[in-house]
Design a binder for this molecule. Structure first.
Ligand code: ZN
Ligand code: ZN
Ligand code: ZN
Length: 721
């Protein structure tokens, strides 16, 4: 890979030798003379010229011959040497690197790999120089010009192993790109583009892979798990609200790992009502399953609550993970959980989050359907049915229709999916709040981001770093959305401007757009009061032109509570168009407080920070909030104080003063078990690939007559007749 000969002189391989063909390294203190070989370019030197050359030292001879070789298309290596009685070199022979022949014995049978191709071919080309002690100069004593082989074309010289090398900047760029999760082949392409093509790279693809491999080994010296744990420990040192925990096997190897940083924990406090799990496989060198805990923030964007690596996918691993998650989140339970349907995860959720509603990820479900049922008509109708906002009775009718229409009543996947309909059909789940999770774009988004940033062969440390890149990507999106929501105002377009204006001021921009859709819908609705019961009103709403479909809305004027039978608000936290139609009918100009879902408002996060700073009842929460508020102020300080040096010095001094003052008052509490010592790498789990798609439904079907597996009702031996 590197020109090993140059190591002889202890020179850094990054420095390399001059590629120019001027003899500027020759000793030259006399005046110029037209005929002296010193004044010619190396390419023009004849054998006679070279025989007259003199050099200051041995290294100069080597550099000369190496440059000569590069120009002519061969490579060199150091050969014979003679020393005087003091041990200093007085003669050196440098040969074409194809001189000589391979000495090692060829044993055909025992080798797995092919023999390295032969390069030596007894080439006689060489230079020999000797120190002339009288003048203290090195003189060429013999020079063979002819080779026994073809020389390499000038353009291809850079492909010879002897001349391939990385410059300092190429190395640094490659390492930086690797650190942010770029694949090695893309790094190579990037550097090639910089230099105007692959032909101009002074190294090849294999060199690049070797460089990266070596770099990765350096990073995890002393064990990958150790490096990963000490990295997390370092994070915990900078972020006192960082949480990390792991378990070890009997042989002191890493088994399970969970971590969440400060922002994740604050996000969960604000938006932890709906929790999504995603398991990914084969995304690290140990083939351990990765679980990502995520949810959606007030802008409907994905927020990551934490990440876990599991030894395996059994119930006890998942239980450990969920319990650790709860520990990190101050025991706050989610109200709803969305998963991809893994059976042991489902069981663990039942045990750890007994009160949470469980729902299957519609994106995963639809993807499974695509694999199991190859019928585009069915797939389209099935997708509609997942999201159909209808009553349970209507769902059943539609399902039967659909199965009959596509003749799928005997399809086992269809049967099994129907049996779990209460886990995926909106008709069964619409009383439950799921936020925007049902749109599934979140799940899809996480999967594609992980694919982009996390590489299959990642070590633990790289994997943790790459996950941080993914998370910071999301957090940056939140900052942008937060800014747009706060500092810009939408143009009002509906014919109910007071309601629309109120919504624009209250909700984040993304949620405002959804509310506006409902307001627009309300404009085209007919509403009539059907019953008046004291202060309670019952309305019937229908869309203009569709009188046969109507929804009933209940309006309690004293309490300011509106309820619609479509349950849109219960499910998504957004008032439906029927409710807006009633507000319009009653000339209500603001959205009643009971219909403003806090988690979708602009202040969902900032209010939380402010209101909880001094709540003595929950010390954990207080700590969290103080950190959030402090963090926000500190980053403002950083922005201001970095602009000029006097501001910087002033800010620095007062920060350091404050820190020393506070440090004297008490020590920081320690973090979970991140302070433990020495952790062995996890064993590589034999790859079993991504779980087979149907494994989620492998529950064996029981006979409905006798309850035994292995046969169905029709063939039941215990049937009455
Ligand atoms: Zn040769
Ligand atoms: Zn999913
Ligand atoms: Zn409604």
């Amino acid at each position: 890979m590197y020109p090993s000969d140059s190591d002889f002189f202890g020179s850094d391989s990054d420095v390399g030798f001059p590629r120019g063909d001027d003899l500027d390294f020759l000793d030259d203190d006399s005046e110029a003379d037209e005929d002296r070989p010193q004044d010619k370019r190396i390419a023009e030197l004849s054998r006679e010229d070279i025989m007259q050359l003199q050099f200051t030292d041995e290294e100069a001879v080597y550099r000369f011959y190496k440059t000569y070789a590069m120009i002519h298309g061969f490579a060199v290596r150091l050969d014979e040497v003679k020393r005087d009685s003091d041990g200093s070199v007085i003669m050196r022979q440098i040969v074409c690197n194809r001189a000589g022949s391979r000495k090692e014995m060829v044993k055909k049978d025992e080798r797995i790999r092919d023999h390295r191709p032969l390069t030596r071919s007894c080439c006689p080309a060489r230079i020999r120089a000797r120190l002339d002690t009288k003048i203290q100069q090195w003189k060429v004593v013999s020079f063979y010009e002819e080779h026994s082989h073809e020389l390499v074309a000038p353009l291809d010289v850079s492909m010879m192993p002897e001349y391939r090398t990385f410059s300092v900047s190429d190395k640094a760029q490659a390492k930086n790109l690797h650190d942010i999760g770029i694949r090695t082949c893309h790094i190579l392409g990037y550097l090639a583009a910089q230099k105007g093509g692959y032909a101009n790279l002074p190294f090849n693809q294999k060199d690049m892979y070797n460089l990266i491999t070596q770099y990765r080994k350096e990073k995890v010296k002393g064990g990958d798990a150790n490096a990963a744990i000490s990295y997390l420990r370092g994070k915990a040192g900078n972020d006192s609200y960082f949480f990390g925990k792991y378990t070890l096997s009997n042989e002191n190897r890493l088994e399970n790992l969970f971590w969440a940083d400060r922002t994740s924990r604050i996000d969960y406090e604000c938006f932890g009502d709906v929790l999504t799990f995603d398991s990914t496989y084969n995304r690290n060198v140990y083939n351990k399953p990765l679980v990502i805990f995520s949810g959606s923030n007030h802008h409907g964007q994905t927020v990551v609550f934490g990440c876990g690596l599991l030894l395996n996918e059994d119930i006890s691993s998942y239980k450990w993970l969920l319990e650790t998650f709860l520990e990190a989140m101050g025991s706050k339970h989610p109200t709803a959980v969305v998963t991809d349907g893994d059976l042991s995860m489902r069981e663990a959720i039942k045990q750890v989050f007994p009160s949470a509603t469980h729902r299957l990820c519609a994106w995963h479900l639809h993807r499974n359907a695509c694999e199991k049922v190859k019928n585009s008509g069915f797939l389209r109708d099935f997708k509609q049915l997942i999201y159909a906002n209808v009553s349970v009775e209507e769902f059943e009718v539609r399902w039967e229709d659909m199965v009959a229409r596509y003749n799928l009543s005997s399809n086992s996947w269809v049967i099994q999916t129907y049996e779990m309909r209460n886990l995926w059909a909106l008709a069964y789940l619409r009383d439950q709040f799921f936020g925007r999770i049902r749109t599934t774009s979140q799940c899809e988004g996480i999967n594609s981001l992980i694919k982009a940033y996390v590489r299959k062969k990642d070590t633990l440390l790289e994997f943790i770093n790459n996950m941080e890149t993914v998370v910071s990507h999301y957090r940056n999106n939140e900052r942008v959305a937060e800014f747009n929501s706060k500092y810009t105002a939408p143009v009002l377009v509906t014919s109910l401007p007071t309601l629309e204006d109120f919504a624009a001021k209250t909700f984040t921009r993304k949620m405002f757009r959804e509310v506006r859709k409902e307001i627009e819908g309300a404009c085209a609705m007919n509403t009539e009061v059907v019953i008046q019961d004291g202060e309670k009103l019952y309305f019937k709403c229908n869309v203009f032109g569709v009188p046969e479909i109507h929804h009933v809305v209940e309006f309690d004027r004293v309490q300011g509570i509106l309820r619609c039978e479509c349950k849109w608000f219960e499910n998504r936290g957004i008032p439906c168009m029927h409710i807006f139609a009633c507000l319009k009918h009653q000339h209500v100009e603001v959205i009643p407080e009971s219909l403003v879902c806090k988690r979708w408002t602009k202040n969902a996060k900032s209010d939380f920070m402010k209101s909880n700073v001094d709540d003595p009842s929950d010390s954990d929460k207080v700590l969290k909030c103080r950190l959030g508020v402090l963090g926000a102020e500190c980053s403002r300080l950083m922005d201001l104080a970095c602009k000029n040096s006097s501001d910087f010095v002033e800010a620095m001094n007062s920060v350091v003063d404050t820190i020393t003052k506070l440090q004297k008052r008490g020590e920081n509490p320690r973090n979970a078990n991140l302070d433990d010592d020495c952790v062995g790498d996890p064993l590589v789990v034999k790859s079993k690939g991504a779980p087979k798609k149907n494994s989620k439904f492998k529950q064996q079907r029981k006979c409905s007559n006798c309850g035994v597996t292995g046969h169905y009702n029709k063939s039941c031996p215990n049937a009455p007749n």
